[in-house]
Design a protein around this ligand. Structure first.
Ligand code: SF4
Length: 92
């Protein structure tokens, strides 16, 4: 099956009110943060019309890419979703 079909089989449970990734408020995003609008496999990052980067973490696959690129610099904070929330992978 194509990867999109496989991804579709994963269920996602939104932990409303407790997003597990947050972006530090900024006027101009760092290069890494801006890059996330292109490389997040779940399309969670987007650029606003005024040039900031925003995130909608629903559907995040917890791949960790943004964590590697943007956490140490402080561009984002990243925590695993609470137990039972987040992506529920279906294996097989
Ligand atoms: Fe996107 Fe991966 Fe970051 Fe989730 S962990 S927001 S899927 S880059």
């Amino acid at each position: 099956a194509r990867v999109e079909e496989k991804l579709f089989q994963n269920r996602y449970l939104v932990d409303a009110g407790k997003p597990h990734i947050a972006i530090r408020p900024h006027e101009k995003p760092s290069e890494n943060l801006l890059a996330m609008t292109r490389i997040c496999p779940a399309g969670c990052y987007s650029e606003t019309s005024s040039g900031q980067v925003e995130i909608t973490p629903d559907g995040c696959l917890e791949c960790g890419t943004c964590r590697v690129l943007c956490e140490e610099s402080g561009d984002i904070t990243w925590n695993y979703p609470r137990g039972g929330f987040g992506v529920l992978f279906k294996f097989g």
